[in-house]
Design a protein around this ligand. Structure first.
Ligand code: UD1
Length: 385
């Protein structure tokens, strides 16, 4: 049988931990899959990028598009133009995309127009907040994808409610947790907290990068005030995303944080160091998507600085709580955690370290359909949207 030719597309930091287990698993099935890895270059700093490839054992990308930063339209368009050439020169049976970044959307658009089926890993997440660029990316990518690999039953329900035919949906679980499980022992063995002068179990870990939080001076100032307040009771470590470093500096808030004795500012951390920091933290304060899931798996309390989440199972069954943007509420909930009054959190179905294998099993099962001529796959697909 012919191997399934897959082009896997990644671009930004949160993609790398999602693709790694699939590349490892595909490497164990060389007779069934030929994976080509395309890196769009959406993230390009060493510590947002190279360090993840090294630590996660991801091989050098076969193709690097080198698109870099820009407005959403510029970034998305540059990826599309460059990726189209790649797929025309060397056609693929399937384009595989993960997550919800601009690279995900751009790849799904290009593949669809070339009649190449797309598989979306981490499909069906919805915040119902179209102010988030990621929500647009998720909706469009799901709409265009032939196979939708979901993390939970809530995601399945979202897709079904949008009219997606059930046969396109496949509940496999959370692929990021495959990576976390694989590296947890190694991360625990690192001395990252000590190197940053922190006591295990005795600090809060903070990340912030969402434009809605960091691009507005008043909002960011309010968050920083509360973080300083918390740091007088519990040391705070804050690896600063490049976007956030830029706006903190522009708003004169960076020096404020540097002067605060309980706050440790750090560069964006590699995967293992970040996991080590998360594992040993007393609590996490963040506006990230993936960290809500990782803390749920680790059963670490997480305060999410957002009004909504596309990952509601982390609130319903896990250790996550949505704080919105109210500084007093953030402080009160951090206090509550320190006083021992936090929910324990439960296990999530299929967040078990076997997601990549399930995805490849499913792709093998669907091979005939995926490689069928466009006239059989793409005509009379039923009304959607
Ligand atoms: C992107 C994703 C977001 C993800 C986040 C994690 C989209 C729409 N957003 O947001 O879903 O949660 O990554 O990191 O795709 N920059 C650097 N060095 C880098 C990367 C970025 O300096 O390596 C700067 C850029 O120049 C830009 C800013 O950071 O000014 C934002 O980068 P961008 O890729 O637009 O989005 P993120 O905020 O990182």
């Amino acid at each position: 049988m012919q191997r399934l030719k897959v082009v896997a597309v990644v671009g930004a930091r949160p993609n790398f931990m999602k693709i790694a287990p699939l590349l490892w698993a595909a490497g164990r099935r060389p007779d069934s899959f030929e994976f080509r890895l395309v890196h769009t270059g959406q993230h390009y700093d060493k510590n947002m990028n190279e360090v993840f490839f090294q630590e996660l054992g991801i091989r050098e990308p076969d193709i690097h598009l080198g698109v870099g930063s820009g407005s959403h339209a510029e970034q998305t368009a540059r990826i599309m133009v460059a990726l189209e050439k790649v797929l025309v020169e060397d056609p693929a049976d399937l384009v595989l995309v993960v997550g919800d970044v601009n690279s995900t959307l751009a790849a799904a658009l290009v593949a669809s127009k070339l009649h190449v089926p797309t598989a979306h890993v981490e499909a069906g997440l919805r915040s119902r907040d179209r102010r988030m660029p990621e929500e647009i990316n998720r909706m469009v990518t799901d709409c265009l994808s032939e196979v939708l690999f979901t993390t939970s039953r809530l995601a399945d329900r979202n897709l079904l409610a949008e009219g997606v035919p059930p046969e396109r949906i496949c509940l496999v679980g959370n692929i990021m947790i495959d990576t976390l499980i694989h590296f947890l022992d190694r991360a625990e063995g690192r001395d990252t907290p000590e190197r940053l002068g922190l006591k295990r179990g005795g600090y809060a870990l903070v990340t912030l990068h969402r434009p809605g939080n960091v691009d507005d001076a008043a909002k960011l100032g309010g968050i920083i005030d509360t973080l300083c307040r918390i740091s007088r009771e519990l040391p705070v470590v804050f690896p600063v995303h490049p976007r956030t470093r830029g706006t903190l500096a522009a708003f004169g808030l960076f020096e404020r944080l540097e002067r605060e004795p309980g706050v440790t500012l750090a560069e964006p951390q590699g995967y293992l160091d970040f996991l080590s920091l998360m594992r040993s933290s007393r609590l996490v304060i963040s506006d990230s998507g993936g960290i809500q899931e990782e803390t749920t798996y680790l059963k670490i309390p997480c305060l999410t600085l957002r009004e909504n989440t596309e990952r509601p199972e982390t609130v319903e069954f896990g250790t996550n709580l949505l704080i919105g943007h109210d500084g007093d509420r953030l402080y009160e909930q951090a206090r509550r955690i320190l006083d021992g009054g936090w929910k324990a959190g439960g296990e999530l179905e299929f967040w078990d370290g076997r997601v990549a294998e399930r995805i490849l099993d499913e792709l093998e099962r669907r091979r005939d359909r995926l490689t069928a001529p466009p006239a059989e796959r793409l005509v009379d697909t039923g009304a959607r949207l």
